[in-house]
Design a binder for this molecule. Structure first.
Ligand code: SF4
Ligand code: SF4
Length: 340
């Protein structure tokens, strides 16, 4: 099916459509467009006459099985004959041909080459080398020879061979070590990730007073109902499976750094002003030393510079908890263990 999509894509180009509308018959196709497969080549001596090629061919009249007449010495050969004018060079016949060596060969299937972005899959599976424990369970579970290999003590997925069945993901025992990433609607996915981060930041921001008084050895737990985020995400991308998968990945992966500002402790020494790399801290004689959260990079420099503990530095982690009644994002916040 993927080859068909590629051909449709190629045929949908304006120049092709114009030529199609003004078709002139009579000349042979002499050049093969760079991305197209070759015409199938038949090796009749290997054919077993199964007919799989004729069943797979989507182009009317492009392929038929013929049988030579028997002679007194041998039985006539059965083999496919391709009509070049009708063949669309999708290569399906060669792909289904079960003989070894193949009775039909048909160039390279360009579609499964990594550099082409139109992959015949919805999800791409990638390994996070940092989390991977090299147990090779994915490799053993993979049904495609050579799709997962070990190279230089790293587990590697060959995207050109992967058929996106997801068996590797099901067998990986480490959360996050293997990920299935949707390769469609990338812009929408980015917007949803942004939306999720904004909502999580807002939820934390609303609890600033509690955070400021959080002792270093305690954690603060909060809950953010996820229904609103899910609903708004569905307005961006109307695919619930993808939306939930994305929110799960964001919450799994995300660590938000939180800086708090306790003005009462400030002596206006202004050491932080010079050190802040983004100019987020300003001084005003009347208002004192102020931090602009919109400019702040949360690098924690002020936290490490201020001798009076005005800046607080916390880390928030998240978890999406799903239930039939209500989906909730659990937020856990604790003081950073960075030395002051
Ligand atoms: S998705 Fe399937 S084919 Fe691809 S690497 Fe995982 S198990 Fe193998
Ligand atoms: S199953 Fe997961 S942890 Fe094990 S080798 Fe594969 S990616 Fe790594």
């Amino acid at each position: 099916m993927s080859s068909v999509i590629w051909y449709l894509y190629e045929f949908a180009r304006k120049s092709w459509a114009e030529k199609f509308a003004d078709a002139k018959s009579g000349h042979d196709i002499v050049e093969r467009p760079a991305r197209f497969r070759d015409f199938p080549e038949v090796f009749k001596e290997y054919c077993i006459g199964c007919g799989a090629c004729t069943a797979a061919c989507p182009a009317p009249g492009a392929i038929k099985l013929v049988r030579d007449s028997d002679t007194s010495e041998t039985e006539g050969l059965t083999y496919p004959v391709i009509t070049a004018g009708a063949c669309i060079r999708c290569g399906f016949c060669a792909e289904v041909c079960p003989t070894d060596p193949k009775a039909i060969e048909c160039g390279e299937n360009h579609l499964i080459r990594e550099e082409f972005t139109i992959l015949p899959v919805e999800k791409m599976f990638v390994i996070d080398d940092y989390l991977c424990i090299r147990c090779k369970k994915c490799m053993n579970a993979c049904r495609v020879e050579g799709a997962i290999t070990e190279e230089d003590n790293k587990i590697v997925i060959d995207q050109s061979k992967c058929i996106a069945c997801g068996d590797c993901l099901k067998n990986c025992p480490v959360k996050g070590a293997l990920k299935g990433i949707y390769i469609s609607n990338v812009e929408e996915q980015k917007r949803i990730i942004n939306l999720a981060v904004q909502k999580l930041e807002k939820a934390i921001e609303d609890n600033q007073d509690e955070i400021k008084v959080l002792p270093a050895d305690k954690v603060l737990k909060m809950e953010l109902p996820a229904d609103e985020l899910i609903e708004e995400s569905l307005q961006i991308l109307n695919n619930e499976e993808m939306v939930i998968d994305l929110i799960e990945k964001v919450t799994d992966r995300l660590k938000l750094r939180v800086i708090t500002w306790d003005e009462e402790k400030c002596t206006k020494c202004r050491l932080c002003l010079e050190d802040c790399p983004s100019g987020a801290i300003i001084y005003d004689e009347e208002k004192g030393v102020k931090r602009d959260p919109d400019k702040c990079l949360r690098c924690s420099t002020c936290y490490q510079t201020c001798p009076f503990g005005v800046a607080g530095y916390y880390i928030a982690k998240f978890l999406l908890k799903r239930s039939p009644e209500e989906d909730v994002i659990l937020i856990t916040l604790k003081a950073s263990n960075l030395p002051i």
